[in-house]
Ligand binder design. Structure first.
Ligand code: NAP
Length: 472
């Protein structure tokens, strides 16, 4: 297991170390190296020095390294998923699903590396030719969260390397081991030294701020909370660094009265409970039309009560621990406030005794103005709200600063598409609980972010467009 920093092609110690915990029992899994100023500076220098050669390699060369890394991750997926489950707390099946999803970003961007389009045409007045090409932005700082420690890293590293950028990855403090395993794969797949670097700066805020004021850093790709995203946008503005921001969400899930209730419950279970509810895409506000509300809530409560909570690596368990006691306590606090605000608990709602960062599957029924609906929950808690008209459902769904993803369930596709078009979200799922796909553009509107990852757009987050006007 890797536990050091990776700078200029070498695994190195830092200035100090920090423990990584298994949240299912609080035990220490590893001590990881932390980067001080010298290591952060060395990572920038390494990425900067490696850039000229790497950016000139052929797209096919970069593509084949990514393809090899994809195959290695698939071959080693059990070991990597074990690491994900242990440091994150999620169940092994979710971890395995994440690792496959993570590998797919390398496969997708191995294919995209060789397909970057350009343009050559006559200007409207006929006075010149318009040549449009794309060039790598340069040294990119990639900051990732703890909830998908493998996929959030590959979703950034894949397009960056495909585009010809060099990178410095800063994974979340709770889950650095998975990121180290991914970088280890890339090293073995043949990534030249200096092209990929990994640091864990301490203290994180001041160190990242310093890096964002180094003129050699040209691009920031961040996935995490809206709160930290706002801070980083301010930091990046001093040097006008290009930013891609994948931030928080507070997804509504609308279930219309013409839905097949059993299928709707299955989709809500997937949308709410993937990753134990710790997903930016998690359904956090479940709006159900009055005619089917009672039946839906009864079936949904039954499905939630069938979940078995326990250590992520244990067989038969389908709800693991949260990443830390701090995160678990945030979930408990939100539920307590919701109950004080009038929410009724159908199941769950009580913090278990004993070790481990557990919180049970919880269904709440509440009024449309309950405090919990204003917050990203990031845990296995599902507030259900009854609505009457389509317009009311759309207004409730859009009543948030977030705009990452929305879900619509209906037996009438026209009604579902009409609703999807009215929803303020970067992504809408119709009659499905999960739509994330490396081949599709992932991202939000409003305060859920800027830019898109994956799909055809993903590589362009790491490319500058250059226009060359040619006299002919
Ligand atoms: P977070 O607290 O914002 O942290 C994300 C990353 O930022 C971590 O690596 C963290 O490092 C780092 N960080 C924290 N403060 C910083 C600062 N002042 N300067 C620079 N970096 C800083 O988010 P999280 O709790 O890890 O993740 C959950 C959030 O991520 C949720 O809001 C979720 O919706 C969002 N998310 C969004 C997407 C998306 O695609 N839109 C995907 C996944 C998650 P430390 O860990 O060392 O503090």
């Amino acid at each position: 297991m890797r536990s050091k920093l990776y700078i200029n092609g070498a695994w190195v110690d830092g200035t100090s170390t920090a423990p990584v915990y298994d949240p299912s029992d609080g035990s220490v899994i590893a001590e990881v190296a932390l980067a001080g100023e010298a290591e952060c500076e060395a990572a920038i220098t390494a990425a900067h020095n490696a850039l000229p050669e790497w950016s000139k390699t052929s797209p096919r060369f970069r593509s084949e390294i990514l393809r090899k890394a994809y195959e290695m991750i698939i071959a080693e997926s059990d070991a990597i998923a074990t690491l994900v489950s242990r440091e994150n707390g999620k169940v092994f099946a979710d971890a395995k699903g994440e690792v496959t999803y993570a590998a797919e970003f390398f496969r997708w961007f191995a294919e995209e590396a060789v397909r970057v389009p350009g343009d050559f045409r006559k200007s409207p007045s006929g006075d010149k030719r318009i040549l449009v090409t794309h060039q790598p932005i340069g040294v990119s700082l990639l900051i990732t969260p703890w909830n998908f420690p493998a996929a959030m890293a590959t979703r950034k590293i894949g397009p960056a390397l495909a585009a010809g950028c060099t990178v410095i990855l800063k994974p979340a403090g709770e889950t650095p081991l998975t990121a180290m395993a991914i970088v280890d794969v890339l090293e073995r797949a043949g990534v030249p030294k200096g092209v990929v670097n990994l640091i864990l700066p301490s203290p994180v805020g001041p160190m990242i701020s310093k890096m964002l004021h180094d003129p050699r850093v040209k691009n920031l790709s961040f996935t995490g909370s809206t709160e930290v995203g706002r801070v980083l946008l301010r930091e990046a503005s001093d040097c006008v660094i290009r930013c891609s921001m994948e931030l928080g969400g507070n997804a509504p899930f609308i279930v219309f009265e013409d839905s097949d209730v059993t299928s709707a419950v299955q989709a809500v279970m997937a949308a709410k409970m993937r990753n134990g509810g710790a997903a930016c895409t998690a359904a956090n506000r479940i709006y159900v039309q009055r005619q089917i509300a009672e039946k839906f809530t009864a079936e949904f409560t039954k499905a939630m009560s069938a979940l078995v909570m326990g250590p992520g690596m244990s067989t038969g368990v389908n709800l693991g621990a949260s990443v830390s006691l701090k995160e678990r306590n945030k979930i408990a606090e939100l539920v307590d406030t919701a109950v004080k605000d009038g929410a009724k608990v159908s199941i769950g709602g009580k913090t278990p005794e004993g070790p481990g960062a557990y919180y049970p599957a919880t269904v709440l029924t509440c009024e449309k103005n309950n405090e919990i609906l204003k917050h990203e929950i990031f845990g296995p808690v599902a507030p259900v709200v009854v609505f009457d008209t389509d317009d009311e459902a759309i207004a409730l769904a859009n009543d948030t600063e977030y705009g990452l993803i929305s879900y619509v369930f209906s037996g009438d596709l026209q009604r579902a598409i009409r609703t999807a078009e009215a929803l303020e979200a970067g992504m809408v799922a119709i009659n499905r609980g999960v739509i994330s796909d490396p081949a599709a553009p992932f991202g939000g509107v409003k305060q859920s972010g800027l830019g898109r990852e994956g799909g055809f757009d993903g590589i362009h987050e790491f490319l500058e467009t250059k226009y060359i006007g040619v006299e002919i």
